[in-house]
Write a protein that binds this ligand. Structure first.
Ligand SMILES: NC(=O)c1ccc[n+]([C@@H]2O[C@H](COP(=O)([O-])OP(=O)(O)OC[C@H]3O[C@@H](n4cnc5c(N)ncnc54)[C@H](OP(=O)(O)O)[C@@H]3O)[C@@H](O)[C@H]2O)c1
Length: 239
């Protein structure tokens, strides 16, 4: 039987690497395309023509998410896993007392937090028909309120904390039907996040991607009381 998965923000970075890992595992992947200039997703089509469906997906737009869900429904009525990976950072330098850009903060929260619930809710009917019924939310250690140390990053950290809470509420719904939410910090990666390439991080995205997608086979199937909040190596984080 074909297993279906959906990954948002799949044009490059962690999203793209997770798509590759899912394809290697035999999943049919609905890969959310947001970036219009990069073609790495399209390049994968030459090896995985039948397993990969690229769908336009702007997680900040109700209309785009509905359209994407309808595209998925043309192919299947069940999904094993939805991976909410899309994110932006916004300004991360400003500290208290600086001029803060509240419109930008709302945008960051709309993409990173509300984007995840917008996608999950729209795909809920398909998740219900899947065997696993998993939602993997790519959050960050930056979303931990208990371990907060930054003085800037107002929007990004708040968006990831909000994503964590939305994940908990989603989990309370999903666990009743045997599903599970897993909130994941992928580690500090070399990345294009925030629009320009940063190579300070010790990890390349393929390393956490392998470990995250391996969790589909290695983690317990039975739903836990709460969502898991773990790093890419499976270590628990503080909410
Ligand atoms: N990099 C790290 O060290 C790190 C650490 C902790 C957590 N994370 C998390 O890991 C995930 C992947 O990050 P990454 O490093 O791989 O960065 P990335 O390459 O920038 O991946 C994020 C993807 O989301 C896309 N996106 C932005 N706005 C979107 C929208 N409205 N709708 C759909 N997609 C949208 C981005 O497109 P654009 O490029 O056009 O913006 C990009 O393709 C994110 O959730 C991030 O918060 C990363």
């Amino acid at each position: 039987m074909i297993k279906y998965a959906c990954v948002t923000g799949a044009d490059r970075g962690l999203g793209l690497e997770m798509v590759k890992e899912l394809l290697k595992k035999g999943y049919h992947v609905f890969a959310g395309k947001y970036q219009q200039t990069w073609t790495l997703l399209e390049d994968l089509k030459s090896s995985y023509a039948d397993q990969l469906t690229i769908i336009d997906l702007d997680v900040s737009s109700d209309e785009s998410v509905k359209k994407a869900a309808n595209k998925i429904l043309e192919k299947t009525h069940s999904l094993e896993v939805v991976i909410n990976n899309s994110a932006i950072t916004g300004n991360n330098m400003s500290v208290l007392g600086d001029e803060l850009n509240y419109d930008e903060m709302l945008k960051v929260i709309n993409v990173n937090a509300i984007g995840a619930i917008r996608v999950t809710n729209e795909l809920f009917s398909l998740l219900k028909n899947g065997e696993k019924k998993w939602v993997m939310n790519i959050s960050s250690e930056a979303g931990s309120i208990g371990d907060c140390h930054r003085k800037g990053w107002f929007a990004y950290c708040s968006s990831k904390a909000a994503m964590n809470m939305l994940s908990s509420i989603t989990h309370n719904n999903l666990k009743e039907i045997g599903g599970q939410v897993i909130i994941i910090h992928p580690g500090w990666m070399k990345s294009w996040l925030s629009g320009k390439y940063h190579d300070e991080g010790p990890l390349t995205a393929d390393i956490p991607a392998k470990k995250i997608i391996a969790m589909l086979d290695t983690l317990n199937h039975a739903p836990e009381e709460h969502p898991l909040y773990i790093d890419y190596e499976g270590n628990s984080l503080k909410f």
